[in-house]
Design a protein around this ligand. Structure first.
Ligand code: SAM
Length: 302
């Protein structure tokens, strides 16, 4: 499927396919700022910026080199594009061995262009850190990663959407909740419970369900609206435990077949939960836009 919204950072778990469904809950209300505290590839921010749904954006994540990358995209995308191209050419001269060298260098210097290169070249574009915070994902031996010219175009397109109205900060999500003010709207996509509390330490930081529950209670107390992606299922596998019903309303999204399931030759459909804060439900002007506005693969059912 081709997307018109730029998406320069390849990131497993990107919510670009859900962007229309998530943003439908913004309704017609004029908010001042969209905050994405678990931004990753910031798919929702980019989609919202391309539709001019908010006048300003705050991209947050606990992973410092990822935020440094976003700051470079906002300020000077050609510098990152040049560095990416140099890394890509370096690896072409000595495939795989250079990947491992660049990975070791990144684990010392935390250089944002190296993170971009590693994400573009690693298995399933899937960020993996060991318990001491070292990037440990292997290279994808079948694919070469995004071509430098394509990457430059994506970086520049994201820059044009974000420059002059966006900020990127390294932060734990809770401090962004604490600083939230009227006019803010949050989209939240924490690491799944199954990957952050179990043995598979996928992301750099983990987030307990207890902290999420406390954080949402704080947003509710402050009357700050949010949409949250949390638990879900794929076929008969369930991930995450649903959140308490008093925190938000739960809507289920059919996001279609997972690419992994298709590769494995089965028919599993992925269902993701969206939690919609009550302050959106009770304000008439926040009613979600009708589904006819959205792409066909994101049908919604209760
Ligand atoms: C599921 S991914 C988000 C993917 C994103 N929605 C997208 O479209 O690419 C979760 C993100 O949360 C970040 N993260 C983990 N713990 C965090 C914390 N305590 N505070 C803020 N961000 C955190 C991870 O670094 C990761 O980028």
């Amino acid at each position: 499927m081709r997307y018109s919204v730029p998406h320069p950072i390849p990131y497993q778990g990107s919510k670009r396919r859900l962007a229309n469904a998530v943003l439908s809950h913004v309704g017609r209300h004029k908010y001042k700022r969209l905050i994405e505290p678990f931004a990753g590839s910031a798919a929702i921010t980019l989609a919202a910026a391309s539709s001019n749904l908010f006048p300003s954006f705050l991209i947050g994540d606990a992973l410092d080199p990822l935020i440094a990358l976003w700051q470079d995209i906002i300020q000077s995308p050609d510098e990152i594009a040049d560095q990416y191209e140099a890394l890509w050419n370096r690896e072409r001269r000595n495939p795989i061995a250079e990947y491992y060298l660049i990975r070791s260098e990144f684990n010392i210097d935390r250089n944002p262009a190296k993170l971009l290169y590693l994400l573009a070249r690693c298995v399933k574009n899937s960020v993996r850190f060991n318990p001491s915070g070292q990037f440990n994902q292997s290279p994808d031996k079948r694919r070469t990663g995004t071509q430098p010219t394509t990457m430059r175009a994506e970086l520049n397109a994201a820059h044009r959407l974000l420059h002059g109205r966006s900020q990127a900060v390294t932060s734990d999500f809770m401090s962004l909740f604490e600083q939230a003010r009227p006019g803010d709207f949050f989209y939240l996509d924490p690491p799944y419970q199954g990957t952050s509390e179990g043995r598979d330490q996928r992301y750099f930081e983990s987030v307990s369900r207890k902290r999420i529950v406390e954080g949402l209670a704080l947003l509710n107390e402050k009357g700050i609206p949010f949409v949250l992606s949390y638990d879900g299922s794929c076929g008969n596998m369930y991930y995450g435990e649903p959140l308490p019903a008093d925190l938000a309303d739960r809507v289920l999204l059919d996001v279609g077949r997972s690419s992994q399931a298709t590769l494995n030759g089965n028919d599993h459909v992925t269902i993701e939960s969206l939690y919609i804060s009550r302050c959106l439900k009770y304000a008439g002007s926040h009613a979600p836009l009708p589904l006819a506005h959205f792409s066909p693969q994101t049908s919604m059912f209760a």
